[in-house]
Each structure stands twice: as structure tokens, then as C-alpha cells.
Ligand binder design. Sequence first.
Ligand SMILES: *[C@@H]1O[C@H](CO)[C@@H](O)[C@H](O)[C@H]1NC(C)=O
Ligand SMILES: *[C@@H]1O[C@H](CO)[C@@H](O)[C@H](O)[C@H]1NC(C)=O
Ligand SMILES: *[C@@H]1O[C@H](CO)[C@@H](O)[C@H](O)[C@H]1NC(C)=O
Ligand SMILES: *[C@@H]1O[C@H](CO)[C@@H](O)[C@H](O)[C@H]1NC(C)=O
Ligand SMILES: *[C@@H]1O[C@H](CO)[C@@H](O)[C@H](O)[C@H]1NC(C)=O
Ligand SMILES: *[C@@H]1O[C@H](CO)[C@@H](O)[C@H](O)[C@H]1NC(C)=O
Ligand SMILES: *[C@@H]1O[C@H](CO)[C@@H](O)[C@H](O)[C@H]1NC(C)=O
Ligand SMILES: *[C@@H]1O[C@H](CO)[C@@H](O)[C@H](O)[C@H]1NC(C)=O
Ligand SMILES: [Cu+2]
Length: 200
Amino acid sequence: MRFSTFVAALLPVGAVFAETWNVTVGGNGTLTFNPTSVNATNGDTIAFTFVSKNHTVTQSSFASPCTNLTTTAGETILDSGFQFIQPNATSFPVYSFNMANATTPLWFYCRQANHCQQGMVFAVNPTAAKSFAAFQAAAMNSSSTSAPAASGGAPSTTPSASGSGTAPPATTSNAAGVIKAGSAAGLLLTGAGLVAGLVL
Ligand SMILES: *[C@@H]1O[C@H](CO)[C@@H](O)[C@H](O)[C@H]1NC(C)=O
Ligand SMILES: *[C@@H]1O[C@H](CO)[C@@H](O)[C@H](O)[C@H]1NC(C)=O
Ligand SMILES: *[C@@H]1O[C@H](CO)[C@@H](O)[C@H](O)[C@H]1NC(C)=O
Ligand SMILES: *[C@@H]1O[C@H](CO)[C@@H](O)[C@H](O)[C@H]1NC(C)=O
Ligand SMILES: *[C@@H]1O[C@H](CO)[C@@H](O)[C@H](O)[C@H]1NC(C)=O
Ligand SMILES: *[C@@H]1O[C@H](CO)[C@@H](O)[C@H](O)[C@H]1NC(C)=O
Ligand SMILES: *[C@@H]1O[C@H](CO)[C@@H](O)[C@H](O)[C@H]1NC(C)=O
Ligand SMILES: *[C@@H]1O[C@H](CO)[C@@H](O)[C@H](O)[C@H]1NC(C)=O
Ligand SMILES: [Cu+2]
């Protein structure tokens, strides 16, 4: 009884409003994210499925499309790592993260070789002022993928401010080939804790 009450109370929080946006990485062997951008709201999940070659999805910034976005401590915020896909593969790894702050657009690139310069970039919630087209044009105009700017030039964005949660996500891999950034569970558990506190 208690459990079903709990589940009923939790469902509207976790299931009804949150959406999953599926992005294919390297579809048909191309250097692309498909779709190239999504409009997500708080609590939504962005799930990247790697289907060919050896790509990454790595967070960057609008100003520096082909450069890791790092915390002030120098850690890259969201990064799938290289996902090598055998040509004969029949199952495909998925990397996903949860949107914590939909007000802040998020920018991504593939850090393999010069894929970024060939336009392999992705955006969440681009705006008229900072459009996907402008971001991609800047990527294709940038010099080769480089190390993050040293202190002073380092972005001040923290994971929570950038929509990726409250801690730099520890990327883990499991037997099913699913790679999860670490923030979504924390957010949902916070919600569950609040609901449980009210119900019990
Ligand atoms: C994304 O994929 C999952 C699992 O295949 C599916 O349940 C969900 O409906 C998909 N979302 C969209 C927006 O297509
Ligand atoms: C792959 O190509 C087919 C046929 O041109 C197309 O229908 C499909 O949408 C493409 N898939 C991706 C992920 O680009
Ligand atoms: C996202 O929303 C903007 C308007 O806010 C719209 O112009 C754009 O086409 C949308 N992008 C997608 C991928 O739905
Ligand atoms: C994938 O690409 C990375 C970076 O170029 C490289 O270090 C790694 O060996 C590649 N993986 C495979 C299996 O080829
Ligand atoms: C795919 O090919 C590789 C090397 O050619 C082989 O080791 C592997 O077992 C094959 N995998 C599948 C799922 O057929
Ligand atoms: C391309 O890069 C050059 C050199 O950094 C810069 O001067 C120019 O404004 C850029 N063009 C665009 C369209 O971003
Ligand atoms: C970007 O971040 C990834 C993941 O932390 C790291 O392995 C890689 O070396 C970084 N790239 C550069 C150019 O610093
Ligand atoms: C969400 O992002 C906006 C715009 O960057 C920022 O002003 C706001 O403080 C952020 N909210 C939270 C809760 O981090
Ligand atoms: Cu790539």
C-alpha cells in the first residue's frame, strides 16, 4: 500500500513531464549529430546513441565550439569519451545526461581529429542570438581542436549552472553499454525524497 501510494505520488514528477531526446551520433557513417539541436526543458534527458566510427560528445561553449568546457578546476564538464563502434556492431552505446537548467543553452562537439571543424557539433536550447547555425559556422571556422584556455580564459560555468547537475558527472559504463552522466539520479532522488517525506 505504502509503496503504491509512493509510486503514484512520484509518477507525475518523473514520468509525465520529462522527455527523452534521442540523438544519433554518426548515423550512416556521417560526421553528424542527428538532430543537430533539441529544445529541452528541466528534467528532460538527452540521450546520444553512437552508431559508427569513433566519436565523442563533449561539452564546449558558444564562443569556443571546438574546445572542452571545463570547471574552474580544469575538469571537462560533460564528455562521453571516445566510443568506437565496430562496423559489424549490433548494439550501440548510449551516453545521456539530464537537463537541470533549461535557461542556459548547452553546446557540444566531437573531439575526434578535425570532426568539429567539419561541423560535427550539437546544441541544446540555442537562441536567436546564439543560433545553432552561428555555432556551427564558428566551429567550421576555428583552428584545430585545442586545450582549454588557461586560467583567466576558463569559463566560469559550473556543472549546476550549465545544466549538468551539482557535481562533475563521473562517467561510468555498464555491461549493457550504457554510459550515464551522474546528475539525473540525484535530481530525481531529491524529488522522491520530498514526495516520500510528505506521503509517509
Ligand atoms: C527515445 O528513445 C526511447 C527508447 O528507445 C523512447 O522510449 C523514447 O520515446 C524516445 N524519445 C523520442 C523523443 O523519440
Ligand atoms: C540514413 O540514411 C537513410 C536513407 O538516406 C535516412 O532515411 C536516415 O534518416 C539516415 N539516418 C541518419 C541517422 O541520418
Ligand atoms: C527551438 O525553439 C526555437 C524557438 O524558441 C525554434 O526556432 C527552433 O526551431 C526550435 N528547435 C528545434 C530543434 O525544435
Ligand atoms: C578512438 O579515437 C581515439 C582518439 O583518436 C584513439 O585514441 C582510440 O584509439 C580510437 N579507438 C579505436 C578503438 O580505434
Ligand atoms: C565483428 O568483427 C570483429 C573483427 O572483425 C569480430 O572480432 C567480432 O566478433 C565481430 N562482432 C560481431 C558482433 O559479429
Ligand atoms: C573566422 O576566423 C577568423 C580568424 O579567427 C576571424 O577573423 C573571422 O571573423 C571568423 N569568421 C567567422 C564567420 O566567424
Ligand atoms: C577534453 O576532456 C576530455 C575528458 O576529460 C579529456 O580526456 C581531453 O584530454 C580533453 N581535451 C583537451 C584538448 O584538453
Ligand atoms: C539558470 O541559467 C540562467 C541563465 O544562465 C541563470 O541566470 C540562472 O541563475 C540559472 N539557474 C540556476 C538554478 O542555476
Ligand atoms: Cu566525430
